[in-house]
Design a binder for this molecule. Structure first.
Ligand SMILES: Nc1ncnc2c1ncn2[C@@H]1O[C@H](COP(=O)(O)OP(=O)(O)O)[C@@H](O)[C@H]1O
Ligand SMILES: N[C@@H](CC(=O)OP(=O)(O)O)C(=O)O
Length: 550
């Protein structure tokens, strides 16, 4: 395949053809590059080209790893490159006033040149989903009567008025949103693909409004829809995974635009484009965190900041226990376990790109920017660490599966997990004995999108398992995850079981397994919040007990 390669806009290079360690579109080729870019930093990179020699994507990876900004300043004239990602969630951009605060935050760090990732304003995503559900049954001529649609229009038009920018910033999107809701009403159907297109309007509007405001106050900014910027995903609508081809694609687009005319990129969080169908996808609820860490990895930036409405990652969910306190420092592993086992503060997959590129993540409070927040890095000093945080995931289903001795022990576990695999059902935690295995699974992760099908999925799973085992299905359970220093697990368990015993709570399953930082305990939903409060009091507050006398 004759490939004619043009010199990159980034600079001259030498290229050698190799194979990448990730998915490559058909009839394309991958070249390792050694080139001295116009950014005056020596780096190597990768180039994906198609059979006509057209550059599909490229990436500039820093050879020296992540050096701090001060060091790089010595490499003459490096003060023109992007330095950090700043992600602002819905709570941080919920109103015009909040957007002004965020603009002030961005301009408060003149030495930084951020890539800004925004979520939809406030609870717009929830409102869009509710509007879509109502559109299915309301009739094509009654879209205007959907209160959530009216709320969305009013919020965005009012925000534009208060910021003093032109309504044309979002008028086209609002028209298309009404057309989409009408189409959903006519089809009487809201598919996962339509759902993703529907929610995308939230981030598309918030980023356009914010970009227009920044340019109005003299801060040069450029808006990007992530699905047109190189965030390439699987086609798993509502829960798509980022594909490796994203990193060179995003790097190419942002660096080339930055070279042509430096302007702060304002990128839609949460969104991507499926590589096969080319349709808009979303990264799972809270997915803007993953957008931020993905961009940080793609550009090899110094730090990824995730701005929230709390003073960092806390010792538990503040909605469960107001005494929750900020955790100053976490490892990527601790943060990933926290997020996976239910801490809404971070998207479950968001730590992976940051950990892979060893870029620190800082969780800050946009309502209290003076607070230090939480820094998340590869390692931290655990010498004084016992318990770091308590996480609660409710409404979990537990399965006790006892072998009927129809299979030799070696075959029992293999057969059990092959059934889960065949039904595409993921398992959260496992505890096994010689003749039984207990697993927990999150109904929200069942491969279906409604409650009725959820029950039938579970019935099908039990039916298959009962061919080789006696199955006990236990619903309305909670997993309490104790994230901490595994070297102190005996102390953690001794204290935790004392607290739970004093609360009259029976632990139905315990799992520590592969994770070195997480001990999971399964209890009844009805007791879970009380347990978290009592555990928090015992581990993070004064020593006296907070339990009812027994
Ligand atoms: N361990 C925790 N630490 C901090 N916040 C938590 C924790 N567990 C749950 N939360 C909740 O997560 C919220 C912040 O996450 P999120 O709603 O995604 O913020 P944003 O929309 O700004 O990205 C907090 O308001 C808090 O209620
Ligand atoms: N707006 C999307 C994406 C997101 O990450 O939002 P937030 O940053 O507010 O959690 C959602 O609600 O899921």
């Amino acid at each position: 395949m004759a490939l004619s390669l043009d010199s990159l806009a980034l600079g001259q290079f030498t290229a050698c053809r190799t194979q990448p360690n990730y998915f490559l579109p058909k009839s394309s080729a991958y070249f390792e590059l050694k080139f001295n870019s116009n950014f005056n930093f020596r780096s190597r990179g990768a180039l994906v080209v198609n059979s006509n020699g057209g550059v599909l994507s490229s990436v500039a990876e820093k050879k020296e790893g992540n050096r701090n900004v001060a060091e790089k300043k010595e490499d003459n004239n490096l003060d023109n490159e992007l330095t950090v990602v700043m992600k602002f969630g819905g709570s941080s951009v919920a109103t015009a006033e909040r957007m002004k605060e965020v603009a002030a935050l961005i301009s408060a760090f003149p030495e930084e040149r951020p890539v800004v990732v925004l979520s939809a304003m406030g609870k717009t995503t929830n409102k869009l989903l509710a509007a879509g559900e109502k559109a299915v049954n309301c009739g094509a001529f009654k879209i205007d009567e959907i209160e959530e649609f009216a709320f969305i229009k009013d919020l965005h038009v009012r925000t534009i008025d208060e910021l003093g920018i032109d309504i044309s910033t979002v008028s086209g999107l609002l028209t298309r949103l009404e057309q989409l809701l009408t189409a959903i009403a006519m089809m009487k159907e809201l598919t996962p693909r339509s759902r993703d297109y529907l929610v995308s309007f939230g981030e598309c509007m918030s980023t356009r409004i914010f970009t227009a405001y920044l340019n109005k106050i003299g801060i040069k900014a450029r808006q990007y829809d992530a699905f047109d910027m190189g965030i390439i995903t699987t086609d798993d609508f509502t829960n798509a995974d980022i594909l490796e081809a994203t990193y060179p694609a995003v790097a190419k687009r942002l660096y080339e635009d930055w070279i042509k005319e430096p302007a702060i990129p304002i990128v839609t969080g949460f969104l991507g484009k499926g590589w096969k169908l080319g349709a808009i996808t979303t990264l799972g609820r809270g997915g803007s965190d993953l957008t931020a860490t993905t961009i940080g990895k793609a550009l090899g930036l110094r730090e990824i900041q995730v701005w929230k409405d709390v003073d960092g990652v806390l010792t538990c969910d503040p909605n469960i226990h107001p005494a929750a306190k900020p955790v100053p420092h976490l490892t990527f592993e601790e943060a990933a376990e926290l997020a996976y086992f239910g801490a809404q503060v971070l998207h479950p997959q968001s730590m992976k790109p940051a950990s892979e590129s060893d870029i620190p993540v800082r969780v800050k409070n946009s309502y209290n920017p003076q607070a230090p927040g939480t820094i998340i890095t590869k390692e931290r000093d655990l010498s004084k660490a016992v318990l770091t945080s308590i996480v609660l995931k409710s409404n979990i289903t537990m399965l006790d599966i006892v072998s009927t001795r129809m299979l030799g022990q070696h075959g029992f576990l293999a057969k059990v997990f092959s059934i889960f695999n065949d039904l595409r059902i993921s398992v959260d935690s496992v505890a096994t004995s010689e003749v039984s295995v207990s697993v927990t699974l999150d109904p929200k992760k069942l491969p279906c999108d409604d409650l009725i099908r959820e029950e039938s999925e579970l019935d099908h799973l039990v039916e298959e398992l009962e061919k080789i085992a006696v199955v006990n299905l236990l619903q309305k359970r909670s997993i309490i995850s104790l994230i901490g220093n595994v070297e102190r697990s005996s102390l953690i368990l001794e204290k935790a079981f004392s607290v739970l015993r004093n609360n009259g709570v029976n632990v139905q399953m315990i799992s520590q397994g592969a994770s070195k930082v997480n001990i999971s305990l399964v209890v009844d939903d009805s007791k879970a919040k009380q347990c978290v409060q009592a555990l928090h009091s015992a581990f993070f507050e004064n020593e006296e007990s907070h339990f009812p006398s027994r």
